[in-house]
Design a protein around this ligand. Sequence first.
Ligand code: HEM
Length: 207
Amino acid sequence: MRLWRCAVFVAALLPFLWWAGQVAMGQAGPEPGQYLLLNFGQCALILLLLTLSLTPLMKLTRWKGFALIRRQMGLWTFSYGVLHLTSYLLFILGLDFSALGEDLQRRPYIIVGFAALLMLLALAVTSNQYSMKRLGKRWKFLHRLVYIALILVLLHFFWVVRADMTQWSGYALAGIVLMLLRIPAISRALGRVRPRKGHAKVSASRV
Ligand code: HEM
């Protein structure tokens, strides 16, 4: 399992290194700040969708490893969200916080992104065993916030790319499928797709 965790770590770190390298080598186009902002934002969204796909994948394949890398993937999602916010504050706002109010009026979708990031923060800080034990049943309830965060991120993204929704539609479709897979009846059916080894033997011996 340690190997899988290392692989996830390296795979999640690579995009950051690549984009930082492009900026350092002057190959990030005329607006490197914007380049980082957009790439970090897209990466956070992709990681969010990948994290949400791990539970259905575990049900389908019965490989428990998916559950073990879920927390790590969730933390990477949050980290890229923070990098996205940092790029905004540094490169777009130039750390001039007096301009923030005006920018929020001009681009209200930033408030929506901020709300999503706050939710991801709540999930990140309570993603440990200690919080799981302390919160008990409330933990599961709290972690359903991830779906609200996904809806907010999709709304945030939609607001930015309203003129051309081709790319957005792909992400939205993936999000809808992942949410449908959480409907109890569909989720149970998913678990039955691949019979347990024991059951397979019984049915095979009956034939
Ligand atoms: C405080 C939080 C956030 C701020 C201030 C923020 C800010 C921004 C800004 C200014 C843009 C538009 C850039 C432009 O076209 O000029 C943007 C786009 C985007 N943001 Fe955020 N955002 C936040 C949270 C998030 C989160 C949490 C996610 C994902 C998990 C996210 C994903 C995206 C995506 C996918 C885009 C579109 C990228 C593209 O057009 O290629 N944002 N964000």
